[in-house]
Design a protein around this ligand. Structure first.
Ligand SMILES: C[S@@+](CC[C@H](N)C(=O)[O-])C[C@H]1O[C@@H](n2cnc3c(N)ncnc32)[C@H](O)[C@@H]1O
Length: 211
């Protein structure tokens, strides 16, 4: 292992369902211009961040904003701890260094809704080409993330929710509102006339375009 290789404790890359996240995202980006201004909600150790850097910096310089509280997630029995944030820093530094074009990376350590409200307040509404939401998996939080993301997304931009079909808490007797699906369904229903859903996309993710 060299200092130029990232280290991840978890990699949610779709291999378990036989499709690579790179292939799907590469296909999705063909419906729009390749994204240059990207927002990620939920960066953890930087696996998906690094994937987006590798994929999207292939054609042009990109800007990527990464929001994470690095303060805990219901996906894990253990809480997200400082080692995960340190790994994020190290892993994305490697991805930026290896990128084919310059990458401007902005890290925002914060609750996601607060961070998105600040971006809106600072005049970044409708400026992002691609937003990937993979933060809290509690429906109430996902609903707020969806609202913030919708405001920040450009017309024609892509909005992806990870774990649309994730349902682990249900098997453990949890409430459906401990999963993202009710929030994403409510959001899509309410904004149906300003969104296009890409049917048939894999990886349990929800792929949307803002009309
Ligand atoms: C499933 S992980 C993200 C995985 C990451 N996208 C990857 O591919 O490695 C979820 C992340 O969301 C963060 N998170 C959970 N709730 C949050 C909130 N309300 N605001 C900001 N970040 C949050 C957690 O700290 C955790 O790092």
């Amino acid at each position: 292992m060299t200092a130029d290789e990232p280290i991840f404790s978890h990699t949610w890359d779709g291999r378990h369902v036989g499709i690579s996240i790179f292939e799907i995202w590469d296909r999705i980006r063909t419906v729009t211009e390749s994204p240059r201004k990207i927002l990620e909600v939920g960066s953890f150790e930087g696996y998906s961040t690094s994937a987006m850097i590798r994929l999207f910096a292939d054609r042009s310089p990109i800007e990527i904003t990464c929001i994470d509280s690095w303060a805990g997630a219901i996906l894990f029995d253990e809480r997200v701890d400082p080692t995960h944030e340190a790994r994020f820093d190290a892993n994305v530094a490697i991805a930026v260094r290896k990128a084919e074009n310059p990458v401007q990376l902005r890290k925002i350590k914060s609750d996601s809704f607060r961070a998105m409200a600040s971006l809106i307040h600072e005049g970044e509404s409708e400026s992002f080409d691609w937003i990937y939401v993979d933060g809290s998996h509690e429906a109430k939080d996902v609903f707020l993330d969806a609202a913030g993301a919708f405001r920040l997304l450009k017309r024609g931009g892509i909005l992806i929710f990870d774990d649309y079909l994730w349902n682990d808490p249900l098997a453990k007797g949890g409430h459906v509102n401990q999963t993202p699906k009710p929030a994403i369904d409510a959001f899509v229903k309410i904004f149906y006339d300003q969104l296009t859903v890409f049917a048939g996309a894999g990886l349990w993710q929800m792929y949307l375009r803002k009309n």
